[in-house]
Ligand binder design. Structure first.
Ligand code: CUA
Length: 346
């Protein structure tokens, strides 16, 4: 964990953990994926997240001091009500009602704007990699550079990045406004139709971090989450090479049946599997390496053979209102074959 840079912050760290646990601990306790710390802006794991948490604590302590001052003045006024008091004097209104808020809010505004500027422009070093993230209802398309000048490697609901390297995120959406937020690593950035917002993030420590959509975007907004997997740089290169490659070829009759059923029942109209003829739809997530992902349905459930089959049969029991139609009409053999085939796509 990043070292707390000031005395105030170190006093605050126990309270931060408590607040963070209260806000999210319950939500992730049933999850088998190991998340670095808790999903919280008060548990910073990058320098910009550290600055953002400093703003939070400055506002917390500042507002606490002002609240104490106001309560003390109110008590004083109550006590002195029966006698004439200097409290009614105009100068109190000017100092307490005009000067104090103007000075405090101006200082806070310029402090916040400075940090916002740092967040937008990133570190002094230029980004070594650009990752495009496109908000969808209610999942995330993630695009990495392809091999050579080839097409991008496309994935979903999970962002992989190297540790200690400045990475630029190009963020947009194809439908409504979403907001990209990984509290431990950075602030919130809106994803706006027709516009690309850019932000540079450098994660200090390898690990898995949780992010989520922070702008109400419809029925499944609350289930629009994702994971950020931060790798040591060499490990990231290996991961990217695998992600750029086309899907592996089925090596058994069962898996070949699965691929055939996938195409014949129309799954390929909404999903791409790179290297498979007929799997070219772009409405749903790219499934080329679906089995290597941690979760299904944008961090709704862990990814395994059982949840894959359940998702195909009726994803609406896991994530009501998502845009994939239920396929409860599949017989058991077809369902097993398709799920088994997808499970083989590492
Ligand atoms: Cu996407 Cu809220």
């Amino acid at each position: 964990m990043q070292k707390a840079p000031t005395g105030i912050l170190s006093i605050s760290s126990a309270a931060a953990r408590l607040l963070a646990l209260l806000s999210l601990g319950g939500g992730l306790s049933g999850c088998s994926i190991t998340i670095e710390g808790v999903q919280s802006a008060l548990d910073p794991r990058s320098s910009i997240a550290g600055e953002i948490s400093q703003v939070w604590w400055a506002m917390f302590w500042g507002s606490l001091i002002i609240l104490a001052l106001v309560i003390a003045l109110a008590l004083y006024a109550l006590k002195r009500r029966s006698r004439p008091s200097r409290l009614g004097h105009n100068s109190l209104i000017i100092v307490g009602g005009v000067l104090l808020p103007v000075v405090t809010l101006s200082a806070l505004l310029s402090y916040g704007l400075n940090i916002g500027h740092d967040f937008k422009s990133g570190s002094a070093a230029p980004a070594e990699l650009t990752i495009e993230v496109i908000g969808k209802r209610w999942w995330w398309e993630v695009r990495y550079p392809g091999q050579g000048n080839g097409p991008p490697a496309v994935s979903a609901n999970e962002i992989h990045m190297p540790a200690g390297v400045p990475v630029e995120f190009a963020l947009t959406t194809t439908d409504v406004i979403h907001s990209f937020w990984v509290p431990n690593l950075a602030g919130k950035i809106d994803m706006i139709p027709g516009k690309v917002n850019r932000v540079q993030i450098q994660a200090d420590t390898p690990g898995v971090y949780r992010g989520q959509c922070a702008e109400y975007c419809g029925a499944q907004h609350a289930w629009m989450a994702f994971y950020v997997v931060v790798h040591p740089p060499e490990e990231f290169e290996a991961w990217l090479r695998n992600e750029q490659a086309p899907a592996r070829t089925p090596d058994s009759t069962f898996l070949r049946q699965g691929r055939e059923s996938f195409i014949n029942t129309g799954c390929g109209a909404c999903h791409v599997i790179r290297g498979v003829e007929g799997a070219v739809g772009t409405l749903g997530p790219d499934l080329t390496h679906v089995s290597s992902r941690l979760s299904l349905g944008a961090a709704t459930v862990d990814n395994n053979l059982g949840t894959l089959a359940g998702w195909i049969a009726d994803s609406h029991t896991m994530k009501p209102g998502n845009l994939m139609p239920p396929f409860a009409a599949f017989d058991g053999a077809t369902l097993r074959a398709i799920a088994g085939y997808l499970e083989s796509l590492e």
